[in-house]
Design a protein around this ligand. Structure first.
Ligand code: ZN
Length: 268
């Protein structure tokens, strides 16, 4: 794989970042004024109204980083490709803490509304257990539409299931679960057609889908992060959810930046 081909030229990168951060015309990130002057080189500007000096990086959450735009782009690409931290270190020649922190940052900057999934139709719901935590999950049958939620205790209780299903599953959907007690009588709390004694053939297909989902999640965590302990499990689960749904933010660095590099809103 040719690394160089993954990173556009310096000029192209600046154009991409500029367009994403400022839109058609560069403006002051603080007061919004379009009366600006280039200072020194093309790297920085100064606002004619409030005198603020600013750059591409200082006008977004890239503020304060010592990394070049090329390095940010390459790290982003490694993260999208699910490279382990070690692999990304080899590719970028950056240190463990640097890669670790940028992976964390990429995850944290995903807009929360991206996670507002609503499932409908035939829904399978199940739980997964991992090192003292539990994850409750639902999958819309035959689609990549999923919702997952971390429960910070060893077992999932009925109120967790009720809250989860109310939040993520549309009323009047059909819910399929195993015979676990937490789901019994769930239709009293949320309007769902609940089936838990499923004909064996159908159950097999459904179980296979949700088991496949848990297997993917476990592999994702193991391969990419080895240990969950240093990351927040919620963040990893959210990242996994969006990857599973094949969200466009994982397609290429530009798509990610267009969705997630929102600059500070300026006062007009
Ligand atoms: Zn200004």
């Amino acid at each position: 794989m040719n690394i160089v081909r993954q990173v556009p030229t310096k000029g192209t990168l600046r154009r991409i970042f500029k367009r994403i951060i400022f839109g058609k015309r560069v403006h002051c990130p603080d007061c919004g004024s379009r009366s600006i002057k280039k200072i020194l080189s093309e790297e920085r500007w100064r606002c004619g109204r409030c005198r603020l000096p600013f750059s591409i990086k200082s006008s977004s959450w890239l503020k304060g980083t010592k990394l070049s735009l090329e390095q940010v782009w390459l790290l982003l690409w490694c993260w999208q490709k699910k490279f382990s931290i070690q692999h990304a270190m080899n590719m970028t020649e950056l240190s463990y803490p640097t890669v670790f922190n940028w992976y964390q940052k990429f995850r944290e900057k995903i807009p929360k509304e991206k996670l507002d999934a609503l499932l409908k139709g035939n829904i399978a719901c199940d739980e997964m257990y991992t090192k003292g935590n539990a994850v409750i999950g639902a999958k819309q049958k035959g689609t990549r539409n999923i919702a997952l939620k971390v429960v910070h205790q060893k077992s999932v209780e009925r109120h967790h299931a009720v809250n989860f299903l109310t939040q993520f599953v549309k009323a009047n959907s059909s819910l399929f679960t195993d015979g676990a007690a937490i789901y019994k009588g769930i239709d009293k709390w949320h309007k769902l057609k609940h089936t838990y004694e499923i004909p064996s053939k159908f159950e097999f297909a459904l179980t296979a889908e949700i088991e496949g989902l848990w297997a993917c999640l476990r592999t994702f965590i193991r391969r990419m992060y080895h240990h969950v302990t240093r990351y927040k499990l919620e963040d990893l689960v959210s990242e996994f959810c969006l990857r599973f749904r094949q969200d466009e933010i994982f397609e290429n660095p530009e798509n990610y930046l267009r969705n997630c590099l929102s600059p500070k809103p300026f006062a007009l």
